[in-house]
Design a protein around this ligand. Structure first.
Ligand code: NMX
Ligand code: MLT
Length: 438
């Protein structure tokens, strides 16, 4: 069976050829137009990025190389004792467009486990950070510091040809994905469970099996399975989302994968993006505290209006692209329905009940273009139910996951020789003049 690197070596030349032909034959073909509203409206809807690994349809949601979430759940290998997608198999799919065999997945798990230990200086650096520093800030600092050992950076300094960039980038990306669980778990231990021992990485276990172990939840099979699904599904959401786009932008300067992904994490740490999952839990718990245990639909409706009238957003609802409930939300909800303990959980039920009311309230409010839940509306409640209640940590788990897609893109950007990103900007006066000149 072929390794991940061998599989990529096989498929890269054809993709390079395809892109070259597209550029030569259709470089001048028009595929869209640019309106003032795109320029002043966060570039929403602008067709402006190349991203092969996944594409987001506003109604259907995400497809990873043509595969929908239910397709992935059917064909991507799971752990020997589990049913949920292994993030390693999602990584393989994103990088190669192919479904790995269980043996290939297992081989990749082993490679990641073998490369998973943190350098001692990074352990020390993280241990020195104040407990009160937000876990996402700590994660970004740790990932940036890992660039000390960047294969790409040292090969670049040594002088390499452009055609060799991708192999060193791949090496860095695999090393970074391998080390994220140890880094993320160390942050969790330091902030929330100081003094506890961190178990060593088990070379026979998958990436998330080890992550769950290091977080202290290794004996909770349901939570470990949930984390596998969570991390697989959050892996990629096409290229325009703020974290993936940041990694691509920074990477386009030939900054190495550690620095590029560290920057992406700081985009993910914003409340309109990944931090929304922390905000959802904070908001739902405040609702529970104010309204008590027996909450009716009317109570939730009133609470939603109170949030909206105070000028705040309803966290976990709305989306820049989606115009339907997020299929990742559906898949995580289905996980809850399949596990009786979760089905009975008060926080899971509250999230569900909120979903039954919020779309109508948001429609009546009339502002958001998408009144439906995104993935963040539900991703935290299972963690909370199983005792991982420290919701300021939740975006770190998202951060462990988004590496799969953002780093896949860095490998392909180098393989395809994509240039530095540099769009054109205009002043308000210049835009005004363009409008008058029409
Ligand atoms: N609650 C209240 N108002 C909202 C919401 C919401 N959930 N979503 C959008 N709006 C408002 C938005 O603030 C804007 O108001 P204004 O005209 O005063 O600036 C108006 O509706 C139009 O916004 P949209 O075009 O619908 O949304 P946009 O594409 O600009 O932003 C989000 C998308 C996701 C940033 C936005 O829906 C939001 O803030 N949602 C809540 C935070 C959230 O759940 N983020 C997580 C996204 C997923 N992720 O993991 O990254
Ligand atoms: C994501 O997963 O990145 C979010 O849903 C945000 C987005 O796609 O814009």
């Amino acid at each position: 069976t072929k390794s991940l690197r061998e599989t990529l070596e096989d498929i890269i030349p054809a993709k390079q050829e395809q892109l070259k032909k597209l550029k030569t034959e259709h470089g001048q073909t028009v595929v869209g137009d640019i309106k003032i509203e795109n320029i002043v409206g966060g570039m929403r809807g602008l067709k402006a990025m190349l991203w092969d690994a996944s594409v987001l349809d506003p109604i259907e949601g995400i497809r990873f190389h043509e595969l929908s979430i239910p397709d992935c759940q059917k064909v991507l290998p799971a752990a020997p004792d589990g049913k949920e997608i292994l993030p390693e198999s999602m990584l393989w799919l994103l990088l190669t467009g192919q479904v790995p065999t269980p043996e290939q997945t297992c081989q990749l798990s082993r490679e990641l486990a073998e490369k998973g230990d943190l350098p001692k200086f990074v352990e020390k650096l993280i241990d020195e950070l104040p407990q009160s520093l937000h876990p996402m800030t700590q994660l970004g600092i740790g990932v940036a510091a890992l660039n000390h050992d960047s294969a790409f950076q040292s090969a670049y300094e040594g002088g390499i040809k452009k055609t060799e960039y991708w192999t060193h980038t791949l090496e860095d990306c695999i090393n970074l994905i391998a080390r994220l669980p140890a880094l993320a778990a160390r942050i969790y231990r330091n902030v929330y469970k100081p003094g506890n021992d961190l178990p060593a990485i088990n070379k026979d276990l998958d990436l998330v099996g080890n992550y769950s172990n290091m977080l202290g939840y290794g004996n909770n099979k349901n939570l470990t399975e949930y984390l596998r699904l969570y991390i697989a599904l959050h892996g990629d959401h096409e290229g325009g989302n703020a974290s993936a786009h940041t990694a691509h932008l920074v990477g386009s300067t030939l900054s190495d994968p550690y620095l590029s992904y560290s920057a992406a994490l700081f985009a993910l740490a914003g409340p309109l993006h990944g931090l929304a999952n922390q905000e959802v839990l904070r908001w739902q718990l405040a609702m529970q505290k104010e309204l008590g245990d027996k909450i009716s639909h009317d109570d939730i409706r009133d609470y939603l209006w109170k949030t909206l009238k105070s000028g705040q957003v309803v966290p976990g609802y709305g989306h820049g692209v989606l115009r339907n409930p997020d299929p990742r939300f559906i898949a995580l909800q289905e996980f809850c329905q399949a596990h009786p303990d979760l089905k009975e959980s008060s926080i899971v039920q509250l999230v569900n009940k909120t979903f039954e009311v919020a779309p109508d309230v948001l429609k009546e409010h009339g502002k958001t273009k998408n009144p439906y839940p995104n993935v963040d509306a539900t991703s935290g409640c299972v963690l909370y139910h199983y005792g991982l209640t420290e919701f300021k940590y939740y975006t770190v788990i998202f951060g462990v996951s988004r590496a799969l897609g953002a780093l896949t893109q860095l490998v392909w950007a180098r393989a395809l020789g994509l240039p530095i990103e540099r769009p054109k900007s205009f002043s308000i006066d210049a835009l005004q003049k363009m409008v008058q000149d029409q």
